[in-house]
Design a protein around this ligand. Structure first.
Ligand code: SF4
Ligand code: SF4
Length: 56
């Protein structure tokens, strides 16, 4: 399991990437993408996203 990223809301700011303790997020083609095998569903990136683009 992993967070879901709504690409239509993501503005590619990279805040979530900075906050992920497991390095499970990266920016690809100006949108955040999650490595589903790495994400531990800690929720840190959800709070970091001002666009509310990340959900569990
Ligand atoms: S914090 Fe939100 S808007 Fe910014 S890159 Fe991550 S998902 Fe996209
Ligand atoms: S929920 Fe936690 S582990 Fe998963 S991508 Fe977000 S910050 Fe990283």
């Amino acid at each position: 399991m992993a967070v879901a990223i709504d690409k239509s809301n993501c503005v590619g700011c990279g805040e979530c990437v900075q906050q992920c303790p497991l390095d499970a997020l990266k920016i690809e083609d100006t949108k955040a993408v999650v490595d589903e095998g790495t994400c531990a569903e800690c929720g840190a990136c959800i709070d970091a996203c001002s666009e509310k683009a990340i959900t569990l």
